[in-house]
Ligand binder design. Structure first.
Ligand code: CA
Length: 234
């Protein structure tokens, strides 16, 4: 077992999308899911990025201003890169999907789609490609959280968490010893639009501690008058 916590933003997604509202939605969504996100507005910028940097997965829109997604896909493969590619298409024609897959895309999704659906596809592709298999596993002592399978284990015991508890634990494990204020946790987990009492944070932390059997000295410590911090056991 590796001690401490690893895996902070180790999976890089390259989003190739020129429509800003969609690009922004995906950027924020994937960021909060723990990915490193790079957004480029066109095909040429995508190829430039891949020439100088690494991506674990490319989410590629078909309708781009400079060259279409099929061409981008073809050029990525022509460079000998086997990065998984998920294509986004506004068109429903099956020929597009077939064309994309023939050119080397691994999966496609038809617009409009929900973020959760895209996230599930991205995770499935990353799992299939075996990329960063370990990087999405966070561990602290005998506590192991797998970001891809959404599984949390303490020793051999599987801990069943709600999505909110999972997100909280993931955030803590990605940032050991960092003190989070209740307001920060509200923003990060519940979102900026959430209007409510910060007590909701205390309630969820309390549930999380109880499910983890977290007794003093705790993993999730209360920093009085401030918030909470995660202390991995050595
Ligand atoms: Ca587009």
């Amino acid at each position: 077992m590796v001690k401490g916590v690893k895996g902070d933003r180790e999976v890089t997604l390259l989003l190739v999308e020129d429509e800003e509202p969609i690009a922004d939605m995906l950027r924020v969504g994937f960021f909060y899911e723990g990915f490193r996100v790079e957004v480029v507005p066109g095909g040429r910028a995508a190829l430039d990025f891949l020439d100088r940097d690494h991506a674990d997965l490319v989410v590629l829109d078909i309708m781009l201003p400079d060259m279409d997604g099929f061409k981008v896909c073809e050029r990525i493969r022509a460079r000998g890169l086997d990065v998984p590619i998920l294509m986004l298409t506004a068109k429903k024609e099956i020929e597009d999907r077939v064309k994309g897959l023939n050119l080397g895309a691994d999966d496609y999704l038809t617009k409009p789609f929900s973020f959760d659906e895209l996230l599930a596809r991205v995770r499935a592709l990353l799992r299939r490609s075996g990329r960063k298999g370990e990087a999405v596993v966070l561990s602290a002592g005998d506590l192991v959280l797998n970001v891809v399978t959404r599984e949390v284990k303490k020793g051999d015991e599987i801990i069943r968490l709600t999505p909110t508890e999972f997100s909280l634990l993931e955030l803590f494990m990605r940032h050991p010893r960092r003190v989070f204020t209740r307001e920060t946790l509200l923003n990060r987990i519940w979102g900026y639009e959430y209007v409510g009492d910060t007590n909701v944070v205390d309630v969820h932390v309390s549930h999380l501690r109880s499910k983890l059997g977290d007794r003093p000295p705790r993993l999730i410590r209360t920093v009085y008058g401030v918030g909470y911090a995660f202390y991995p056991k050595e």
